[in-house]
Write a protein that binds this ligand. Structure first.
Ligand SMILES: Cc1ncc(COP(=O)(O)O)c(C=O)c1O
Length: 425
């Protein structure tokens, strides 16, 4: 016979076990929303059955128009090409921003975009050898592009400025120089007025170097913890630094023959500027397509315009781990109804997260694969082989270049195909 004390303990353990069982995850998920069901149909009609980057053109245009409505013509907009690495994508957005101002970060992209009426500012300092290589390859194919008027090199240190001066002298080039200043991000840029003065002295002494403006990137303002006053203080600091460096430069150098580019901000911070300061142009790229890293309060009037679509290859009705550890899969399946089924997709392991149908997620147990990724599912999604699942990229930079031509979705069909820039650094 079981002693009363032992019986009470067993009863308590039984109740505890029941409580834990009752607390196990609930099945979640849903079939595609009408938006994604239509998009999947459009892809199927277009015969697309491999991982594909899709841009929703109408949403892209709405985002661009909304950004312009926010900027209210108080400042110029310069498109960040690394975040929109596709000529047709850039042209589509540029038609709304009415600007050929571009910010570039790569030598191959510079070689491609140094043409026509593009107005280019480098977004990072390039090794002087990269600049030399650009001039070596600049040819008539550059379609009337005049680097001495349409290209600004970004320079961060006196040493690099001296290198560019030597390049200009050796090759009889006229170079426009934009000074990168550190407004608090501490990624680089001129840190203090002493360094600025040394650089201004080089600019003053070399007629082949033409000062063209400043760039102060302020991404930290949106990234530091949102504690009371911290971000406001970071913005105030950034703007004070900018104003001081700009005043000092304008004071020491004779004004350039064109309005200087006082470039600032990025997608997460562009709304912090209203044109009341010295800053006169905003760099914006990612906001136009809004990958998920840009789900920020400052961008909540914009919507995602870019997705990854990929077919389902297999549906495993009962999630099973490999031979030898099958018991783990069984336990996971019993415990969590969202791991009941496994869906293998074409490709995977992207900087992206499943978005439709709802309730799919990467399996922490099975591991990931760039070839055939397993997604855990409850079954509520009702997926079958050849159905399409959608991911949302976390960023547009680089990810947009991993899938070949972009499929452009418009008016319920895949209307166009846009080649992307080669995935080069
Ligand atoms: C110098 C600079 N400006 C602006 C941006 C903003 O780009 P986006 O609008 O795509 O965030 C970046 C992004 O890295 C940058 O490095």
């Amino acid at each position: 016979m079981i002693a009363p004390k032992r019986r009470a303990l067993l009863a308590a353990a039984g109740i505890g076990a029941l409580g834990i069982w009752a607390a196990r995850p609930r099945a979640n998920g849903a079939p595609h929303t009408p938006y994604f069901a239509d998009l999947a149909q459009a892809l199927k009609r277009a015969g697309i059955a491999t991982p594909t980057l899709v841009v929703d053109r109408a949403q892209l245009l709405r985002n661009a128009a909304q950004v312009m409505a926010n900027v209210k013509s108080r400042m110029d907009v310069r498109l960040v090409v690394k975040s929109l690495p596709c000529q047709a994508l850039i042209d589509t957005v540029a038609a709304v921003t009415h600007s050929r101002k571009m910010m570039l970060f790569s030598l191959p992209q510079l070689n491609l975009m140094a043409k026509g009426d593009n107005d280019i500012l480098l977004g990072k300092p390039m090794p002087v050898a990269a600049a030399a290589s650009f001039y070596q390859h600049a040819t008539a194919a550059n379609d009337g592009f005049a680097a001495e008027r349409q290209l600004q090199w970004l320079i961060d240190t006196p040493e690099r400025l001296a290198q560019y001066r030597d390049l200009a002298r050796q090759q009889a080039l006229d170079l426009r120089i934009n000074l990168e200043i550190d407004v608090g991000l501490h990624r680089g840029g001129i840190p203090d007025l002493d360094t600025l003065h040394r650089m201004l002295a080089i600019l003053q002494s070399e007629p082949r170097l033409q000062w063209s403006g400043m760039m102060g990137y302020d991404a930290h303002i949106a990234k530091i913890p949102d504690l009371p006053g911290l971000r406001t203080a970071a913005l105030t600091h950034a703007r004070e630094v900018y104003a001081r460096f700009a005043a000092e430069t304008l004071n020491m150098l004779k004004s350039p023959n064109r309005k200087p580019s006082f470039n600032v901000a990025g997608s997460p911070t562009y709304r912090l500027y209203d044109g009341s300061g010295i800053e006169n142009e905003l760099s914006i790229g990612s906001a136009m397509v809004k990958a998920s890293d840009f789900d920020l309060a400052s961008l909540d009037d914009l919507k995602p315009a870019v997705f990854i679509a990929t077919p389902v290859l297999k549906v495993m009705e009962k999630f099973s781990m490999p031979y030898g550890v099958e018991a783990i899969g069984t336990a996971a399946r019993l415990w969590d109804p969202n791991q009941r089924k496994a869906v293998f997709i074409y490709g995977g392991n992207w900087l992206a997260d499943p978005v439709s149908p709802g309730g799919l997620r990467a399996s922490g147990l099975y591991g990931t694969s760039s070839n055939q990724q397993l997604l855990s599912a409850s079954g509520v999604q009702q997926l079958q082989p050849d159905d399409i699942v959608f991911f949302r990229p976390r960023q547009s930079e680089a990810v947009l270049q991993q899938f070949g031509d972009i499929a452009v979705y418009e008016n319920g069909k895949i209307a166009e195909s846009w080649p992307v820039f080669p995935a080069t650094g």
